[in-house]
Design a protein around this ligand. Structure first.
Ligand code: DX5
Ligand code: ZN
Length: 216
């Protein structure tokens, strides 16, 4: 089952509410919210206050991707603001298992993001503690970057690993996904597709979402 998670990083921030309503009408499965702290990545984006203010525009799940040095300190704020799933980067956490357990204990889905150069081996002992793995297919920080093709074999390795232990894992891909390469990432094993610039710049978000979901 393919799920499409448009990233609002490429939305018009002056009318974020309307943009989210448009994504809802266009068939999105969840709203991907990129939180950047100016430390872990150079960019600065959205905090819990903004997440809370846009919560009323849709009932779709909020998929919050924390690109932050200190995600543990903000879990409660993002959950109170309306996050349904929280994704943390393995690279910043001394206690990854503990962080995932904390997120789940608070009643939201827990996910781990890995940068392109981060090995899948960091997941070896936490696969039972997570609901989704986000494989970055660009280096995090900005929308509109080019997909890194070496990530296809990483997606496949993770899907093979999940299959080998009988785990139905959501594998999310994030960065540079468009109508041209979506088929390849799905064939490699991804089932949750984040897409920002290609959806927002298309002029036809509903069509792009439909085509991505049907793997065209
Ligand atoms: C990048 C973000 C992505 C980004 C994707 O750091 O995590 O979610 O918005 O945007 P596109 O689809 O434009 O690469
Ligand atoms: Zn993201």
């Amino acid at each position: 089952m393919i799920k499409i998670a448009p990233s609002i990083l490429s939305a018009d921030f002056s009318r974020l509410g309307e943009e989210i309503e448009m994504l809802d009408r266009s068939g999105a499965d969840m709203i991907h919210i990129d939180v950047m702290d100016g430390h872990y990545v150079p960019n600065l984006t959205i905090g819990p206050l903004v997440v809370k203010s846009i919560r009323k525009y849709t009932d779709l799940p909020f998929d919050v991707h924390l690109m932050m040095d200190n995600p543990m300190e903000y879990l409660d704020d993002f959950i109170a603001a309306g996050a349904d799933s929280i994704t943390v980067h393995a690279e910043v956490l001394h206690h990854l298992q503990g962080c995932l357990a904390t997120i789940r204990k608070k009643g939201v889905r827990a996910a781990v993001a890995l940068n392109p150069s981060t090995s899948l081996s960091v997941l070896d002992y936490v696969l039972d503690d997570l609901d989704m793995v986000l494989l970055m297919t660009v280096n995090p920080g900005f929308g509109g970057q080019a997909f890194i093709p070496q990530m296809l074999s990483k997606i496949k390795s993770l899907r093979d690993k999940a299959n080998s232990i009988g785990k139905q894992l959501d594998i999310q891909v994030d960065g540079g996904i468009n109508s041209e390469n979506v088929k390849a990432v799905i064939e490699a094993g991804a089932n949750v597709i984040v897409s920002g610039s290609s959806i927002f710049s298309s002029g036809e978000p509903a069509l792009v979402i439909k085509n991505m979901r049907s793997n065209l």
